[in-house]
Design a protein around this ligand. Sequence first.
Ligand code: GMT
Length: 376
Amino acid sequence: MRIGIVCYPTFGGSGVVATELGMALAEKGHIVHFITYDRPVRLRDHPNVFYHEVRVSDYPLFDYQPYELVLTSKLVDVAKFEGLDLMHVHYAIPHASAAWMAQRILASQGIFVPFVTTLHGTDITLVGRDPSFEPVITFSMERSNAVTAVSESLKRDTYQHFPLKRDVVVIPNFVCTDMYKHTPDPALRARYAPNGEKLLVHVSNFRAVKRVEDVVGMFRILREQLPVKLLLIGDGPERQRIETMCRQHQTCSVIHFLGKMTRPEEVMASCDLFVLPSESESFGLAALEAMACGVPVVSSDTGGLPEVNIHGVSGLLNPVGDTRTMAENAFLILKDEASHQRYRDGALEQAKRFDLHHILPRYEALYEQVVAEVKA
Ligand code: GMT
């Protein structure tokens, strides 16, 4: 198949999922065209992968550049000249409405290209709930040839927040377990945990919804009981505040900010516990990636996280904001080797359920169904 993929090319989970999906499809012989405003961070060179940049003009009349229109034109162009069978847009805003517009323009020229919309979370639970977006999102979801959500929880949220009548198919996020292994790097451990401390890790875009202050909060409580260090990976609006907080607490020698990394799993694979205390999380891809490295997870009990992190198996779930319980649960996991190993094994087993090889055929089957429906 010839598939056009639209996503946000940044470090967010939706862009990672879209890119890894495209790479896996290319590996299976599909031709994949990425249509994005920048090269997706996880995109690798492959003979079946092509990248088309959406270049928004900086005409001085525009206070706000019309990204959606430029994307629409690009979609029309790529669909027409590369002979796309299907467009797959990740994140509803504004990708689903751009795809619908492109579809209508193509149809006016006698070309019919279906599109699949994948909902990732904040497009529904945060940004999408803004009433100024609601009519467009509802409309473009209704007009998508298929809509998928990355968890049962996100599917429920979608029906709760939008007056949607159509089906939403759940296809969970995935991880390539061949790429993620528990392979501790002795040099990294020597650098950050020279005295055999347990290494805690958190990866996010440091937005308020991630509650990074709770990672630091639970870490400070846990530190009273256990020799631990903390690695914070990623960057975003909250980073400065968190860094200032750590300086005030004089914890700079035990908390390390590593910034944005293209391959965080290389660090995670050397860590002992992943912490994800988010306010809301439709899935929690970073937690799944940690689990695939054999790293148990202490997370909040919110959104899609209980579908990914199984309480008592791959890690432990906690009420949002309850840093004391998070610290107690982290202690339960790390307190002795037997317990830690049991959770490590549980994390690996649970990650295998989301292996790429199980999930990819579900997308392929959906694509085939959608293409067959429009041909019928
Ligand atoms: O978490 C973010 O802030 C980024 C956001 C995105 O759109 O990239 O992530 C969402 O999509 C990910 C991939 O499907 C999910 O794993 C995240 O849970 C989801 N984030 C939220 O729901 C807050």
